[in-house]
Design a protein around this ligand. Structure first.
Ligand code: ZN
Length: 110
């Protein structure tokens, strides 16, 4: 994993001050292509990203704040549909310098 990414993640973790469950970190290119062939060069394949389990709205709010406080400038909130309702699944954060900074997005979990 990228050293800058790990340093930011530790700052965010210290700020959050609760356990965090990382559900995805580094991915090999083959696994990335299986998960999402539309994004073959994900920052996960370069060790600059993680997905952190986040299933409640309060967790989402507080964890996103901690990631911003830790210095992350790229954050994606992901959900799945369960019984016709959106359910948060995880927050993706990355520190990929080749991608735009200061962005947040919402996506459907795969
Ligand atoms: Zn991710």
């Amino acid at each position: 994993m990228d050293e800058v990414f790990i340093a930011l993640l530790q700052l965010a973790r210290d700020s959050y001050n609760h356990p965090m469950t990382i559900t995805a970190g580094w991915r090999c290119r083959e696994h990335q292509l299986e998960l999402n062939p539309e994004v073959p060069n994900s920052s996960h394949t370069r060790g600059m990203a993680a997905d952190v389990r986040c299933i409640s709205s309060r967790e989402n709010y507080e964890m996103a704040g901690a990631f911003r406080h830790g210095g992350f400038t790229r954050l994606g909130r992901y959900f799945q549909i369960v019984e016709n309702r959106a359910q948060w699944t995880h927050i993706h954060i990355d520190s990929d310098p080749s991608l735009p900074e200061g962005v947040e997005w919402v996506g459907k979990a795969r």
